[in-house]
Design a protein around this ligand. Structure first.
Ligand code: 5GP
Ligand code: ZN
Length: 112
C-alpha cells in the first residue's frame, strides 16, 4: 500500500519539516490555504479519524499537546484553526490521519 504521508515520514518524499519526534511529524502543506498552514501526522499509519481507538489515541492527544508549541514558534500572538477532514465528502484526500493547522489570517465560519 502506498501512502504519500508515510513516504514523507520515511523520507522518500521531501517535505518542509517544522517538528519531529518519535511519534509525530509536522510539515508545511504543499498547497497552503493561509499564511501559516501545516499538517501534523502520526508516524503510525492511521487511515482517518474513524480509526482512532483506545489503543492508538495517545498519539492524537500528543499531537494536540504539540500543536500550540509549533504554532507559537511561528506566530506567537496569533489565533489558529485545527481541521481534520474525515472521509471523501468532508474533503479528505490523503488517507493517513492528519490535522491541518491554519493561521496568519482571519477565518470565516462555517467552512464550505
Ligand atoms: P486533506 O484534503 O486530505 O484534508 O488534506 C491533504 C493535504 O495534504 C492537502 O492540503 C494537500 O495540499 C497536502 N498535500 C498533499 N500532498 C502533499 C505533499 O506531497 N507534500 C505536502 N507537504 N503536502 C501535501
Ligand atoms: Zn500512511
Amino acid at each position: 500500500m502506498s501512502c504519500i504521508f508515510c513516504d514523507i515520514i520515511n523520507g522518500k518524499i521531501p517535505s518542509n519539516k517544522l517538528y519531529e519526534d518519535d511519534k509525530i511529524l509536522a510539515f508545511k502543506d504543499i498547497n497552503p490555504e493561509a499564511p501559516i498552514h501545516f499538517l501534523v501526522v502520526p508516524k503510525i499509519h492511521i487511515k482517518s479519524a474513524n480509526e482512532i481507538k483506545e489503543e492508538n489515541s495517545g498519539v492524537v492527544s500528543h499531537i494536540f499537546e504539540v500543536i500550540p508549541k509549533i504554532f507559537s514558534e511561528l506566530n506567537s500572538s496569533g489565533d489558529y484553526r485545527i481541521v481534520n477532514n474525515c472521509g471523501k465528502k468532508a474533503g479528505q484526500t490523503v488517507n493517513h490521519l492528519h490535522f491541518h493547522v491554519l493561521g496568519g489570517r482571519d477565518m470565516s465560519w462555517p467552512p464550505g
